[in-house]
Design a protein around this ligand. Sequence first.
Ligand code: ADP
Length: 468
Amino acid sequence: MTAMTVIIMILLWVLYFLLLGTVYGWTVKSRMQSLIYEIAYEAPNENFADTAVSLAENADTAMVVYRVEEKTFTLYAERQEKNGVAHLFDSADVLALYEKTTAGDSLFQEHLADALSDGPFSPSQWKGRLLSSFVTQTPAGDVYFILLDTAVLPLHAFLVLMQNQLSLVSVILLAVAAGMAFLLARHIASPIERISQKARKMAKGELAVDFTEKSYREIEELSEVLNQTTDELSKLDRLQKELIANISHDLRTPLTMIVGYAEVIRDIEGENTPENIQVIIDEATRLSSLVNDLLEISRIQGGREERKDERFDLALLAEETVERYRRLKENSGFTFTFEAQGDCTVVGDKTKLLQVLCNLLNNAINYSDRNRTVRVCVAAREGAVRLEVIDHGIGIAPENLDNVWQRYYRGERNHRRSVMGSGLGLSIVREILELHGARYGVNSVQGEGSTFWFVLSQESAVLSPERI
Ligand code: ADP
């Protein structure tokens, strides 16, 4: 800001002191040139003398017009002005000027002091006067010698005055600029500096920082966003720690069971029963599904996920999946029902959407209660297909409805042995649905059950044509 003020000041100084004098001189010269041509233009007219005088009067300049005959000059018209000296020229001066004028291209303009080097006037009269002279001849053969004598204001005093004023203005402007720069720095830069110090702490993993800067709207918004970020990061940090605790527990339990049962089978005769082997198989299956979830989420996190779109019937896929689950859970007392409505063809990644369906069905089974009925409904309406997985399980508390989509979130800390989730299932569902631009959500009443749903556009919005 101060630099800008200095630049403006320099420009002003240059304009005033270097250009003003020169430009002013040019302006007066060209004004007189136009005037003298205007007067000369009137020469052939009958009332030339009067017109010339009134033109000189309008321009407020001294003027003398001579009629020239054989180098004798007869005064023809005259307009005197307070400081004008043209009417004081003697015949030698007039002749000298006439010769200078005719020697050029009949217009002669010079400062009086230079035009008549040894005139009879006092220097103060000579100073600062511009002499313009012109010789014109009318068609009738009359020759007129027109002399204009104009004041060119002495700019020196004016410039000194301006210099003083400009110096004062410059000092005031610099002071104002410095003051404003200081205020701006205090109001804009300091809060930013304080915020970046805290953000640096945050980058080092210190998440307990609070952004409180509120000096102006933008900073307040930035503080708010950063506070939200620290909240999110703290939440993620906590969930991640919980996950590690949970996963190590989840990994340890099946591994202990597998080793335990295997040792029993090895060491005790008659324990090699299909039931005991089944326990080992079940635990190993749990382990592998946990590892699969972890792999899937790390793939998604790494951003390596791409959609391999195809056109397929979502209702058919859902029906087949429900049928598989029905067979799988036949003996566990689960009832699966399936309903479809309309043409449920969609464009999307079939494998990934199958995973969404499986994750939702697994949850419906895992969080079931005494009523073990699971309903899957698919319906096409207005260019979109809505799929719902409805269970009558334990439900979700209203305050946790948003959390279930969070990575690593698990409802029950001391989860039941039978529920071996990793806390990643729904976040995988969310990532896949968002990859498809689908809307999704959950309605749930604690103790009554939950409905997980998503709506997929039949003509996938973010689909490139070559992938169909
Ligand atoms: P998890 O592997 O723990 O099941 P999810 O991401 O699939 O992880 O689900 C996160 C949490 O959401 C679960 O721990 C559970 O508390 C809750 N949840 C998910 N589905 C249901 C459901 N159908 N009924 C009740 N709670 C559910």
